[in-house]
Design a protein around this ligand. Structure first.
Ligand SMILES: [Zn+2]
Length: 156
């Protein structure tokens, strides 16, 4: 603790702006396998920028993002709010989980969009053209398929 205080004094924290320099963000969550009950650690992304994190975008296109295989063989896919920015084609996709109410979907989209917009000064106009794709729990692949089909075409 004391050492950390010293460290902080020597190196002042970076300005708050630094936190919005990257858009891609994930967290680690623990979940129980519905088949065997084992605890699995999953890497869950809520935002992916194709230019910033190519490997994550590729996993998304292959419907492997936010998915984990349990040692028993069961594949677990987390259908949760996910914002995908493809700067090359000026597209922004949003996965809206079908199990969420419309107002919760909108709140989640607003929150994630806020972080994306904060990165640009000023934001390019296409950023607000959000392409919302509603996805049910058993349709996780549908989102990947939609992006595969549309990622190269500008929305307008
Ligand atoms: Zn299992």
């Amino acid at each position: 603790m004391a050492l950390f205080g010293l460290f902080k004094k020597k190196f002042p924290p970076p300005p708050a702006r630094a936190s919005v320099n990257t858009v891609t963000r994930f967290r680690l969550v623990q979940t129980k396998c519905p088949t065997c009950g084992a605890l699995i650690e999953m890497k869950i992304y809520d935002t992916v920028d194709a230019a910033e994190d190519g490997p994550a975008f590729l996993r998304l296109l292959e419907a492997r993002l936010n998915s984990s295989a349990c040692s028993c063989g069961r594949l677990i896919s987390a259908v949760c709010p996910l914002l995908v920015h493809v700067p090359e084609s000026q597209r922004v996709f949003f996965l809206a989980p079908g199990k969420m109410s419309e107002s919760d979907q909108n709140a989640a989209a607003d929150q994630l969009m806020h972080r994306l917009l904060a990165r640009y000064h000023p934001p390019p106009p296409y950023l607000t053209n959000l392409d919302v794709v509603e996805v049910d729990d058993h349709e996780y692949e549908a989102f990947a398929e939609y992006i595969r089909k549309n990622q190269r075409r500008p929305l307008i």
